[in-house]
Design a protein around this ligand. Sequence first.
Ligand code: F55
Length: 826
Amino acid sequence: MSAKKTNVDRGVTINKSEFKAAVVKHLHCTLGTDENKANNHAWWKATCAAMQEQVLEGLRKTQKTHYLNDTRAVHYFSAEFLMGRLLSNNLQNFGLFDVANAALNELGISLSDVLEEEPDMALGNGGLGRLAACFIDSLATMELPAIGYGIHYEHGLFRQEIQAGAQIERPDSWRDYGNPWEICRPESIQEVSLYGYVETKYGENGRIQKEWHPGHIVKGIPWDIPVVGYGGKTVNVLRLWQSKASGYFNWDVFNAGGYVDAQVENVQAETISKVLYPNDETEAGKELRLIQQYFFCACSLKDIIRRYKRAHGDDWSRFVDQVVIQLNDTHPAIAIPELMRILVDRAELDWDKAWAICTKVFAYTNHTLLPEALERWPARMLEKILPRHLEIIYEINHRFMKEVDKKWPGDNSVKARLSIIEEGPEKMVRMGHLSVVGSYAVNGVAELHSRLVKENLFPEFDQLWPGKLTNVTNGITPRRWLKTCNPALSKLIDSKVGDDWPLDLKKLAGIEKYASNKTFQKQFMQVKLQNKKVLAEEIKQSLGIDVDTDAIFDVQIKRLHEYKRQHLALLYIMALYRRLLENPDYDMHPRVFIFGAKAAPGYKLAKDIIFAINKVADKINNDARVNQKLKVAFLPNYRVSLAEKMIPAADVSEQISTAGKEASGTGNMKLALNGAVTIGTLDGANIEIAEEVGDENIFIFGLTVDEVKALKASGYKPYDYYYKNAEIKAVLDWLETDYFTPGKPGALASIKQSLLDHGDQYLVLADYEAYSEAQEAVDKAYRDKERWARMAIINTAKMGKFTSDRSIKDYVERIWKLNACPVVKE
Ligand code: F55
């Protein structure tokens, strides 16, 4: 193969025949099969193993470099890492994609078929987990010393099946046939204590000493997943902890003849890392979830301290120079009292010294303002599981309340608002408050969100500690979300601006000058059409629906939640259906509404909305009177690998949350980067996307945050919209009939009820008319092919700001104060 001219400096080089030899070697020696017998799964594993040889060399060199340089590192604590598939990403980041493709080709194997064999690593719910995955990609790419810490769930987010229109949850078993990327590190196993009681002792010097006598000990087994930076030079680690029974405790039971009881303990210990909680935006309040959180935080802190002590012994004075811990939401907030416990009870530092360390180590990212998503744990539950931690939290709060009293003397209402402990029928520990008090920096994830965090969520905190609350707008990795998922568009971009845009996304602005160029427009839209054909094939395969690739592909992909308002789109689809029935000549460009969404299993209305979308889709898709112009496709089991197919094919990106509710959104960025035009509210990062692309290249509609507030204050009456707008009334009434659910009238009525009788919390009806008008503007714009091509190109061109490299640069400069540590060539 001829060497291509490239601006990207690579850490490794291996040629086609070497790669081919490595794959065959692993097919024989690792998989125990051969070229004639191997199926695609075996080829996938052999290809991963060939790749992993390169990855592990990079990992070894990186770890050696970081060790020799005794680097300050960020430790990204997150209960979720939504990694998706790794092979194509690792090949791309190492610059070996074309090499592997050619090597497999010579073996008569299709790389794209092999890539389809990989199960997604779905160890996350949605945006928060995927953000963590994008961030560790950027950290490695930018050669920053970093480690991700999380949980090695045996089962990731459930697999969604749709049966008769309804969501059914099935277990996800991503590791059933082995995971070729992970490395078990038994040498770094940690033990974690739970339950028991606290003994108070009085030392010789009169110092009160606390000793926690745990009732239970579990082991944490670390599994390392290498994280390959673009260019293949730095390979960082994602370290995920698996729980196991600790042999130590169980032997007593065993020896007493309790063989069966010992097994019960094993099962209990192993339950901790068994399954990812599928709730997003609601706190579960379950004991096991708190144990999961503490389990991975305690293992990770021990790991960090072990590494620190190896270099610095018992001298804690440099800890804050070496270690920063970023808390991805409050899920790992229990790490704050855990570090205090280690410093005060174990290292015997006095409280003030320990607190000074703690509050220089932790930083906290808030991802939500929704009250139901703010974690609060019953004090009673903490007392049972982590008795010493509850004491420490009380002590933190006691000292904090004194500080509050200094600032607002005698003001009990401000104390009640700021207290980490919420008084009430049941005392609750507010993990958000604990995180703010215990961290030196707190950030929201988009400009608007961070303003609302300051003004509404933690108002007095901003007065107490000016500057502590700040913003870092989210980002996405352009390596996965453009280069890897959309190779055709990437090549077109390369031909105009060179191939180093994945490292410097602002370079995409270089295509703006071709936005009105007819040839470029044709090329750009040709790529889009090809991607639409691929997705159309997927829709045909998965749902049996034929879709017209000349139609507008209107895509809404995200978790199902009332605040995200998939049902606003649904009402509009029903309205279009009705318009077409009433007037077969109703003038609209053909459109396919494409959805992907999982609902939390216990979230009844979210599941009802999925059911309704599927029932309305059935009817419309099979109605010859309208199905040349309107189709609806709900693709089951939305996940990272499906997103990679849907995003490159989207014309329109639906970002229609109630203003003030979506903290940032990141799907909005991915879709715009791939040339989809947004229809959206002034919410989250949509606002910043609009600033970048300009008002003429986005369809903004609906109430603003201030208008939402005013409307709610004035007493919002959804029935007013129902009676005022005949279309709204007609579609809501339609939901109550059996038109979409023959023989079962009322099967879709819960949606109508929520919008009328339950108050329409998310102002769907208030925004309906504006949404409908914005959709008509979309329709008009799309019909002007040149105008649409220009808009699409400008969307891609202007996404430079939203690379996760920029987010990471913001964190590094403003919060983490890290230096890059280039890996030395040996
Ligand atoms: C997961 C578990 C719990 Cl207990 C609560 C929330 C979640 C979760 O997945 N949240 C989530 O994804 N939040 C999203 O974070 C994104 C990244 O910052 C934002 O873009 C998005 O607006 C926000 O909803």
